[in-house]
Design a protein around this ligand. Structure first.
Ligand code: C2E
Ligand code: CA
Ligand code: CA
Length: 704
């Protein structure tokens, strides 16, 4: 292997721990997977004695003694200690090599405790790639030989293939032991490895590579034929490395392990966590149906748990896993014997229902919804879950497996959009909804590339003095072909596809332009309030970048206000709190928008540096139609004042609303009754003419 081979990266991206220790146990090399496993920085591990990381030293020393006596490699079950004291169940193989009178042990460690966590950490190691890329060029030359040696002496087959062509780019010596062909033969014929796969497993392997997302690691078991025609069962753990455009894998022969081959076959088509059939099995099942009974109708239900990610992120994978197991048990209990249930992936399940009569499907889907009514109890904690279900019918909705799943997924999303915890039948119009999304997306892209976006400004009026306090900046997309696109439509699309980040920058730029223009014309204090989406707020440097930008443009931060919705803040309150505190410290004021429509958790809000509550316009618009709305507005206003916040009412459309809000001490008013959002030129014209935005009702006797 030549120096361009990313061997160093390969070692670090192997989903298993690799260690090189000397005869005393001092660690000379450890890869990232190992340092992740034991919770130490890689640098700290070097020089450390491996014995200090072992839960049971005797097992290991015995193993080393045996390796030294017998001079070959050995497998041993050993527990390691995580830095935080937690025991990590691991297996390892130890192999000794002698070189220039030195003895080196290569230890291959595989974490059994938490394979999922490891995957997650591998995923999050993107930053590491960048760090490594810098160091790589230096390290490669010196390390390559050493690494080649390490790879060469590992018992497992280590390899990597091109992520597009699947042709073999590297394999270590161990391949000969399993396949019977030497490493050189494999490298000379880069697709040989594929030809050796058992014909029944080829589709499985193919699909595996097609679905292994960039940055992810997964495990697969399949059969191959050796050079002598004998078949073997292999287990591979594979990482998809997008930057290197490689699949990197570690493969071992599991044929002779104590597991029976039936059991292995079971594992290939079943999810190890829930024991349910997996996605590969679902595909086989569907293919069988289309082939054997193409005219029998059936229904496919696609379930996705609501908010499961939150539980997983906050409570940890261990609890997440237990919940998934319990959910599968409940699904199985609900399904009839001849219905087919599979775990599609993550928190997604699929049920194939023999009975395609819609009233029966309704009953069944309702029962699936009901199984979540009883909380799932784990470690004496109650977890309340729900599910969103998309339903497709064969043959009406689709005639092949791929389309069935795709449409069911579409319907499932529709169920989520409608508020989750329900089922929705697929309908062709949903495709149109997707089509519609793509259409809006393309208009947003036009807006960005052709600078079509334009801010309008709506005055905010002080209810005591009736003077102008500031303006809310509201974005408009006047499209040359499509006319005005409402922000409610394009913002939602931009939030979904991430374009909101670019849009946010444009909004800030235009808002700052306007601040500068207004400051040139008057010394009166005012502010511009910009709307900020959750995605923007949750960027690590949001507050920092915003403050820097103001500084660059010599704009005192008091001229800017930021409007955030409750849900944007609550989506990740910890990150939001950090950003808000930083903004506040920098002198930018903060308003909580659409208040009353979301969590309305005053307990949380009291802890955040919020200056203003903006009561949602839905309360104001129906102030006199819905009795409770007046009470709610008063209560929100009182509470906000107690917490030292000012209160803004938006959506002030009528004079009676206006009077009522003034009487009830709402500090700031915004609405069509006062002024519509206006383009900046109109505002500047009004400014010039000393034109008031609003002439107060004479009945109240206001003077200006
Ligand atoms: P929002 O932040 O709640 O903005 C207030 C909306 O109420 C604006 O709608 C405004 O035109 C409208 N409005 C003002 N007075 C009245 C009234 O008296 N009656 C009624 N019925 N409506 C009134 P708009 O401009 O269509 O914006 C809709 C939403 O789009 C905004 O709601 C905000 O969530 C979002 N949006 C607008 N511009 C931006 C932006 O620059 N960035 C982000 N992230 N979101 C934006
Ligand atoms: Ca707003
Ligand atoms: Ca609002």
């Amino acid at each position: 292997m030549q120096a361009e081979a990313p061997l160093y990266d390969v070692l670090n991206y192997l989903p298993e721990g690799i260690l090189m220790v000397d005869e005393r146990g001092v660690i000379l090399f450890a890869n990232e997977a190992f340092s992740d496993m034991v919770g130490y920085e890689n640098d700290l591990l070097l020089g450390l004695n491996m014995l200090s990381l072992l839960a049971d030293i005797d097992v290991f020393t015995e193993c080393i003694a045996k390796v030294m006596r017998e001079g070959k490699s050995l497998n041993a079950d050993t527990d390691f200690l995580h830095r935080d004291g937690k025991i990590i169940q691991a297996i390892k193989s130890v192999r000794m090599i002698r070189k220039n009178n030195h003895i080196r042990f290569f230890v291959n460690v595989r974490n059994l405790t938490d394979v999922n966590r490891l995957n997650k950490e591998l995923l999050s190691s993107k930053e590491l790639i960048e760090h490594q890329a810098r160091e790589l060029s230096v390290l490669l030359t010196s390390k390559n030989q050493e690494i080649e040696e390490i790879l060469g002496s590992i018992n497992e087959v280590i390899w990597y293939i091109d992520n597009k062509t699947l042709s073999l780019r590297y394999v270590n010596n161990a391949v000969e032991g399993i396949f019977g062909f030497t490493k050189e033969i494999f490298l000379a014929d880069q697709s040989l490895w594929q030809q050796q796969i058992h014909p029944d497993d080829r589709a499985l392997v193919q699909m595996f590579f097609e679905t292994l997302a960039p940055g992810q690691s997964q495990e697969i078991r399949f059969r191959i034929f050796r050079s002598d025609g004998e078949f073997r069962w292999l287990n591979s753990r594979i990482h998809h490395h997008p930057k290197l455009q490689l699949f990197i894998g570690i493969t071992s022969d599991i044929t002779s392990s104590k597991t029976q081959s039936d059991e292995i076959a079971f594992l290939a088509y079943h999810d190890p966590l829930t024991q349910l059939p997996n996605r590969a099995k679902l595909k086989l099942q569907l293919d069988n149906r289309f082939e054997n009974s193409p005219s029998s109708p059936f229904a496919l239900l696609f379930l996705d748990l609501d908010n499961f990610k939150n539980i997983n992120d906050t409570m940890g994978h261990e609890i997440g896993d237990k919940i998934l197991i319990e959910v599968s048990r409940r699904i199985l209990e609900t399904a009839a014997k001849y219905d087919f249930c599979a775990r599609f992936g993550g928190d997604e399940f699929v049920v194939l229902l023999q009975d395609a009569d819609t009233s029966n499907i309704d009953i069944f889907a309702n029962r699936l919804i009901q199984i979540f009514k009883t909380p799932i109890q784990i470690n004496e904690l109650d977890f309340f879950l729900s599910t969103s279900i998309g339903i497709v019918l064969y043959p009406q909705d689709a005639s092949n497996g791929e389309d069935l799943i795709k449409h069911a997924d579409t319907a499932m999303y529709e169920a989520k959009n409608k508020g989750k915890n329900q089922f929705v039948y697929y309908h062709a119009s949903m495709q149109r909804a997707i089509h519609n999304f793509l259409h809006i997306e393309s208009l947003v892209r036009d807006g960005l590339s052709q600078n079509l976006f334009e801010l309008y400004f709506q005055p905010l009026i002080d209810s005591k003095t009736l003077r102008l306090e500031g303006y809310e900046a509201l974005l408009r997309l006047p499209h040359p072909q499509e006319g005005f696109i409402a922000p409610d439509i394009f913002i939602a699309v931009a939030e979904t596809n991430g374009d909101i980040l670019l849009i946010g920058k444009e909004v800030l730029r235009q808002a700052c332009d306007f601040i500068t223009t207004l400051r040139e014309r008057s010394d009166e204090p005012f502010f511009i309030a910009i709307n900020v989406s959750a995605k923007q707020l949750h960027q690590e440097y949001f507050a920092h970048d915003l403050l820097t930008y103001l500084e660059e443009r010599s704009i005192p931060p008091a001229f800017l206000k930021v409007e955030l919705t409750e849900s944007a803040v609550m989506e990740n309150i910890d990150i939001a709190a950090v950003q808000l505190t930083q903004l506040k410290k920098g002198g930018v004021r903060i308003a909580l928008d659409d208040f009353g429509t979301g969590y309305s958790s005053f307990a949380y809000l009291a802890q955040l540096p919020i200056d203003t509550l903006k009561i949602d316009k839905s309360f104001i618009l129906t102030l006199f139609e819905v009795n409770s709305h007046r009470h709610i507005v008063e209560a929100m206003s009182n509470l906000a004042h107690v917490l030292g916040m000012s209160v803004t009412a938006e959506g002030v459309e009528g004079s009676e609303h206006f009077d009522y809000l003034i009487e009830n001490k709402i500090d700031t008013l915004q609405g069509f009754h006062l002024c519509h959002p206006l383009p900046k030129d109109v505002i500047l014209q009004k400014f010039k003419n000393k034109d008031l935005y609003f002439t107060p009702a004479p009945s109240l006797g206001y003077t200006t």
